[in-house]
Design a protein around this ligand. Structure first.
Ligand SMILES: [Zn+2]
Length: 254
């Protein structure tokens, strides 16, 4: 049993935790979408779960089960895809939050490990601020965290950003080698789109991943290793932890 995972606790234990002042929940968002021929469809779900649980080890929070389907229409054309409309995912977030508030949650953190969930997060944020004004809400900017942590680690270690990539490249492959190596098939790892990443992102959003690269890989996974994956995860956790502590202190006593 994990004392932080909502799904592993009984209702009375949760009531006790809330009564003792644990009134913050982190809701992790993942995705089920292609990550090249070498990584599992649940890559972002694994990453969301890992980051959230690492934060929960350090802070007085409860962890909701990860929502394993996100907004991934940009990966259309690749078998295995599951995807929600932004409105649907936003509604799931708002519905879950509504129930949390009923049993005493005062603060909600929605932590997404998939960039495509951005519009759903914006819709959910607008609705939550309007419908549940007493719930403190924090939706971290995962793109800014990526720039500050993953890009910095890679730069220090001499991994070019064209290899780090945006999707199923060195970065995500290293993290998966750390988190669930049994699901990674390095013998199938091959470079995908390795051009300018800003331009790649614009093209990916506009026309989908398949139009950018037939393998679905944006980056080059070949230099990946588990040790760097750990450094990526540790750096992101530390960055989220600092921001989360600051946010918790600003939102006052439970
Ligand atoms: Zn991903």
């Amino acid at each position: 049993m994990n004392a932080k995972r909502l799904a592993e606790l009984s209702s009375p234990v949760v009531a006790q935790a809330v009564a003792a002042g644990v009134t913050t929940v982190i809701l992790p968002l993942g995705a089920t979408e292609q990550h090249g021929p070498h990584l599992p469809l649940g890559t972002d779900t694994h990453r969301a779960k890992a980051l959230t649980e690492r934060l929960a080890e350090r802070l007085p929070v409860l962890v909701a089960p990860v929502i394993p389907v996100g907004c991934s229409d940009e990966h259309g054309g690749f078998p295995g895809l599951l995807s929600l409309d932004a409105e649907t995912l936003a509604a799931v977030i708002v519905d879950c939050a509504r129930r949390m508030v009923e049993w005493g949650v005062r603060r909600l953190v929605v932590l997404s490990a998939h960039g495509g969930n951005g519009r759903a997060l914006a819709v959910a944020e607008e609705r939550l601020r309007r419908e549940l004004p007493d719930l403190s809400l924090w939706i971290p900017d995962s793109g800014a965290v990526f720039d500050e942590t993953v890009r910095a680690v890679a730069a220090r270690e001499g991994i070019p950003f064209e290899a780090v990539g945006l999707h199923a490249g060195e970065w995500e492959t290293s993290e998966l080698l750390r988190l669930c190596p049994e699901q990674v098939r390095m013998e199938r790892a091959a470079p995908g789109y390795t051009g300018d990443m800003d331009e790649g992102l614009v093209r990916l959003v506009a026309s989908g991943t398949l139009a950018l690269t037939p393998t679905g890989v944006v980056g080059d996974p070949r230099p990946a290793n588990a040790a760097r994956g750990e450094r990526y995860l540790a750096a992101q956790t530390a960055c989220y932890e600092t921001a989360l502590r600051q946010w918790l202190s600003q939102t006052g006593p439970a």
